[in-house]
Design a binder for this molecule. Structure first.
Ligand code: NAP
Length: 284
């Protein structure tokens, strides 16, 4: 692993004023830019004005209301998820600015080739256009000293359409497959630590211990809403019922590399319970 440590707090600039961009900007005390990351002259002008040590790319087309949007908007998805990260790379590299890119564990699906989940070095097997664009960008960025963070099904204490808790609570029919999850507060601390270490390369940023959606919903009923009802369905039924169009990733990420970097994230179930307790307090 190449590492470049700074003797002072790094100046950080974040692109992508979405859910995670806002959270990262607040936590890292960083400027959050709304400019289009595919607009190279605008990106360059901003870098030359701000002179950041680190750029975090939290921009991307994630699909609203979900990744099915990306299947029907392939050009926009390519622009934001592939061209944009390459523009940032092209603007940051000659200026010696370190690039951090938010990627996704959704580039994998199904059983991993070995026990303990998909490792950073495993070949992606994306099942949707969205996840293919994320895998494609990783493929290029990993040839450079970029820090690539692969997160998975973010869980948070605040209600938000992108929070796995809010998503699951909003579904009448739920599949019950084992998945890794990333608690957003833990993503924030892991990102800060890896930036401070000057880490580069790919890191799976997930809480250890995969969970099934039903386990989360059982805790949701216990802590947030005992009246909540849902029905468990098989994965195929989601497509048969027209509830999903693009393939949905289900996978477990191996977190050994993160641990070896000294970033010890708490157990997923324990953290989901804490998030649900805080989620309940905020609702009431
Ligand atoms: N939340 C998740 O489930 C999850 C899981 C794994 C990885 N990630 C990754 O984490 C990153 C942030 O996700 P998020 O959950 O914060 O999603 P989000 O709320 O959709 O935020 C992404 C932001 O990027 C903006 N954007 C899109 N194209 C852009 C462009 N060309 N230039 C500048 N900004 C652009 C979006 O604006 P518009 O809304 O106007 O397009 C949105 O404000 C994404 O790269 C995503 O792939 C997210």
């Amino acid at each position: 692993m190449d590492t470049v440590r700074l003797s002072r707090q790094p100046k950080i600039l974040i692109f992508g004023p979405g859910w995670l961009g806002h959270k990262l900007a607040e936590y890292l005390h960083a400027e959050l830019s709304p400019i289009d990351i595919t607009d190279k002259p605008a990106v360059v002008a901003l870098l030359d004005r701000v002179h950041p040590d680190v750029v975090v790319n939290a921009a991307g087309k994630t699909g609203k209301p979900n990744i099915d949007w990306c299947e029907d908007h392939k050009q926009e998805t390519i622009q934001s998820n592939i061209v944009g990260p390459l523009v940032l790379l092209g603007a940051c590299e000659p200026r010696g600015i370190r690039l951090v890119h938010l990627s996704s564990g959704c580039i994998f699906t199904g059983a991993s080739p070995h026990t303990g989940g998909f490792m950073e070095s495993d070949a992606p097997n994306p099942v949707s256009f969205y996840s293919w664009t994320k895998a494609y960008a990783d493929e290029v960025l990993q040839k450079f000293p970029v820090l690539i963070l692969r997160l998975r099904m973010p869980v948070d204490k605040e209600q938000n359409q992108r929070n796995l808790i809010t998503k699951l609570a909003g579904y009448a029919k739920v599949i019950n497959v084992e998945n890794s999850i990333t608690v957003v507060d833990d993503l924030l601390t892991a990102t800060k630590t890896l930036i401070e270490q000057g880490a580069t390369g790919i890191y799976n940023v997930a809480n250890p211990g995969p969970v099934r959606h039903e386990e989360i919903l059982v805790m949701y009923r216990e802590i947030v809403d005992p009246a909540h009802v849902y029905e468990l369905v098989g994965t195929e039924e989601l497509y048969d019922l027209g509830l999903a169009k693009a393939g949905r990733s289900n996978c477990v990420l191996n977190t050994t590399k993160l641990k070896e970097a000294g970033v010890i994230l708490p157990d997923a179930r324990e953290r989901i319970r804490e998030c649900l307790l805080a989620y309940k307090r905020r609702l009431s």
